[in-house]
Design a protein around this ligand. Sequence first.
Ligand code: BG6
Length: 505
Amino acid sequence: MTEPAPKVQPAEPCVLVIFGASGDLAQRKLIPALYNLHRNGFLPERFAVIGVSGSTLTDEQFLGRVKESVERHCADCSDLGFISTAGHRFHYVAGRIEAPETYARLKERLDAVHAEHGTRGNTVVYLATPPDHFATIAEGLKAAGIAKHGTNGSGWTRLIVEKPFGRDLESARELNGRLLACFDESQIYRIDHYLGKETVQNLLAFRFLNGIFEPIWNRNFIDHVQITVAERLGVENRGRYYDASGALRDIVQNHVFQVLCLIAMEPPSSLANEEVRNEKLKVLRAMRRPQGEELLRNAIRGQYGPGAIDGETVTGYREEAHVAPESATDTFAALRLDVDNWRWAGVPFYVRTGKRLPARSTQIVIQFRQAPLPLVPMETMQHANRLTIQVAPEERMQLRFQAKQPGPGMRLKQVEMAFSYRDLGGDGLATGYETLLHDCMIGERMLFLRADMVEEAWDVLTPVLDLWQALPPRDFPNYAAGTWGPASADELLARDGRHWIEPAP
Ligand code: BG6
């Protein structure tokens, strides 16, 4: 018998203002996410969008782009109802980010759109622009009277901020300071799109809404944890951004740390916003900040040279567009991290991420300890239990254990119990941004990052960033495109008598 699904809280009427509306993120993710929300009945009936960007577009031209984006990026784009039945839902304001008039015009338009659509003054502002514009926009919104709750009648105003949130601790603090001078922390929704992925959210359900896993989720039963975020793609057309960022900043500080927090956190006393975020912050605080020799051994960096992916020759990182020919930017990072608390003392967390690796795969491996007493010759039972949580390309979980093979004698075989998210349906919610947008519309902040979490995550990485800056790499490029990173990443685990678990095929 299927359980009745708990009701999803309906989103409140609101206007979504997208800064960077003609950019890549809006076109590839945000508009398709709105469409998916609409198709699944999660958008409020009274809802409108105002796109803002530097491109000169009319409302009609913007609407054309919205349609194009749905047609290009949504699997089933047959239901364009949310565009056609209320064509006036999409509005556009052209203007430069630095110009105060842009915000004055936006305010005027916003008031008119609220009045037209009955959206009660509720406003979500999404910053889908390059990060150096975030603070300027917040200040422009404040000056125009858009930042405060209640300025648009009686409604609320919420600000969604994309990553990257700063490029180190100092710049993150500065950005937080400037945003907090314009908005209250409760209005700021710092996004990490990994937290919108079903399998990542499912970590909370898996660990804390089942009774059997939590008792074994600690140093007594777990040998180590691995988190891999592997991409086949290179830097595409993002060379300019990426060359000033690198793998550590682009993936580890945010996506990998958020996943690690969900794996390592203590059970919260409820799933309320702050309870979960407080527990995640404690994990970041407990993460070791190694120095000296330990740091040198535990932080591995790499950069891809020319190679082949799927039999096709690809160029090296330094030959990509907008990348410096002598670039010292890391396109690969592998770290051993330690969470120094009672639950995890002595359990390493190995994390790695890289561009131009042989497979696209995001996976978490919980490697359990070997059974305490070998009842058969040790060589026949070399495999300890393992839980693999795959976030991409498939969303699924597999628990590996040993079983007796049919027939005489105690011959063992590796078998798996598997769960695939596909079996639960929900394929309509595909970009990962749907949940996050909907959560923001209902004022649910659990999946967003608080200022202190972002700063703590930068603090953990500061020793690594300082070290890498002080000692420029001498061996870059040190892995060929299409391979699993530099040899030193394998040595990192081999030193501890372990090896990386390759992604499940
Ligand atoms: C982004 C990074 O945050 O995440 C990109 O800036 C990366 O470099 C992307 O490609 C990966 O996201 P996903 O959802 O495809 O795993």
